[in-house]
Design a protein around this ligand. Structure first.
Ligand code: HEM
Ligand SMILES: N=C(Nc1cccc(CNC[C@@H]2CCCN2)c1)c1cccs1
Length: 360
């Protein structure tokens, strides 16, 4: 069928790229493509070998145009959990992922790959945006916790979950087995490493009682390799400080902390010309970098991350691959023009394997 033809084309292109990069001989590549053609003819799809899955996941990271952290794409650790059947089994793999990735603060970039889409349906789905994220409770005009989580928190409450109502309640996992009701799995506290935000020179910062979690684990994107869709493939790296200090804690639509930080600093917040917003932003980001280092949790500042990305650009050039990127996401939200990224264009061509948003 036309779908089988399309799948075979995608598969052949992936096998060619993957086997060449792995230094495998031409005849092995051709033999594998014939094998896949036969499997698609027989069953309408095909299964990746372990080696194809591992290298395909690393290629997907390398092709993520919005990611500044791609220098380390070959260090990704891949857990092949494609035999997982039930939501309970998936929960066990997810707690193992969190433990392995956290590693006491010495974060390991990790991805866990669950079963692929089959006949257009998903055997398993994780409904969380990230495995670890704080709840958001709407109280009339204001929100307690993370406003970005208000909708998902209501979903969890509808499924029977009750949070403590603090601004930093860790949400439960919501795992859905094909055709069944989504199930709630609270995360044990001892599994979730968090960092208290303090400032080396501003004692008032600790008084704000602000914290953030150590490991960002994206759990709602689809991994596509050689025409096969993996709708459940949670992946983590470590944070770049500005994600926390210049967005999650600073956005007026998130924790909106800049006025509080300005007060702690004794700034005049009545006039924009005082640049109080900019001064508060810098000190909040200084506090984030200071706190994660003191807690022994891996974190990269945006200047170092930009330098590492520069090294990635060179490495890709040397490998004979043109680097692709999305300039608007690659520039950091703090001092963007202080990085080389701001001053050059990037080709935003979307290569595959890659990670994609999902409609539902
Ligand atoms: C190792 C440290 C890493 C750092 C410091 C890093 C940094 C970042 C940052 C700052 C963003 C922009 C996020 C935002 O503005 O919301 C991003 C996006 C992204 N990263 Fe990385 N990353 C790392 C590892 C990874 C890994 C291991 C993967 C996958 C295997 C990955 C895949 C992606 C993808 C797919 C996006 C785009 C997400 C979207 O479109 O919403 N990154 N990264
Ligand atoms: N450091 C990270 N940050 C990151 C990466 C991908 C996606 C996200 C979340 N991005 C969505 C938010 C919300 C809208 C715009 N940014 C964060 C990583 C998360 C997982 C691996 S690295």
């Amino acid at each position: 069928s036309i779908n089988h033809e399309r799948l075979l084309t995608e598969a052949a292109r992936f096998i060619r790229d993957c086997y060449r990069e792995l230094g495998l001989p031409q005849e092995q590549q051709e033999e594998r493509i014939r094998e896949i053609e036969e499997e698609i003819r027989r069953s309408g799809t095909y299964a990746h070998t372990r080696a194809e899955l591992v290298h395909g996941a690393k290629m997907a990271w390398r092709n993520s145009n919005r990611c500044i952290g791609r220098l380390l794409w070959e260090t990704l650790e891949v857990f092949d959990e494609r035999e997982t059947k039930t939501a309970e089994e998936a929960y066990d793999k997810l707690t193992r992922h969190i433990r392995h990735a956290t590693n006491g603060g010495n974060i390991r970039s990790t991805i866990t790959v669950f079963p692929p889409r089959k006949d257009g349906t998903d055997p398993l789905r994780i409904r969380n945006h990230q495995l670890i994220r704080y709840a958001g409770y709407r109280e009339g005009e204001s929100v307690i916790g993370d406003p970005a989580s208000v909708g998902f928190t209501q979903t969890c409450e509808r499924l029977g979950w009750r949070g403590e109502g603090t601004p930093f309640d860790v949400l439960p996992l919501v795992i859905e087995e094909r055709g069944q009701e989504p199930k709630l799995f609270p995360l044990p506290e001892e599994l979730i490493m968090e960092v208290q935000i303090t400032h080396p020179d501003l004692p008032g910062m600790a008084g704000l009682g602000v914290r953030w979690y150590a490991v960002p684990i994206i759990s709602d994107m689809r991994l596509e390799i050689g025409g096969i869709d993996y709708p459940t493939a949670p992946f983590n790296g470590w944070y770049m400080g500005t994600e926390i200090g210049a967005r999650n804690l600073a956005d007026t639509g998130r924790y909106d902390l800049l006025p509080s930080v300005a007060r702690v600093m004794g700034l005049d917040t009545r006039s924009a010309r005082s640049l109080w917003i900019d001064r508060a932003l810098v000190e909040l980001n200084v506090a984030v970098l200071h706190s994660y280092r003191q807690a022994g949790v891996t974190l990269v500042d945006h200047h170092t991350a930009a330098r590492q990305f520069r090294a990635f650009e060179k490495k890709e050039q040397d490998a004979g691959r043109a680097v692709t990127g999305n300039w608007t996401w690659l520039i950091p939200p703090l001092s963007p023009a202080a990085t080389h990224i701001f001053h050059r264009p990037y080709d935003n061509e979307v290569l595959k394997p890659n990670f994609f948003y999902q409609k539902d």
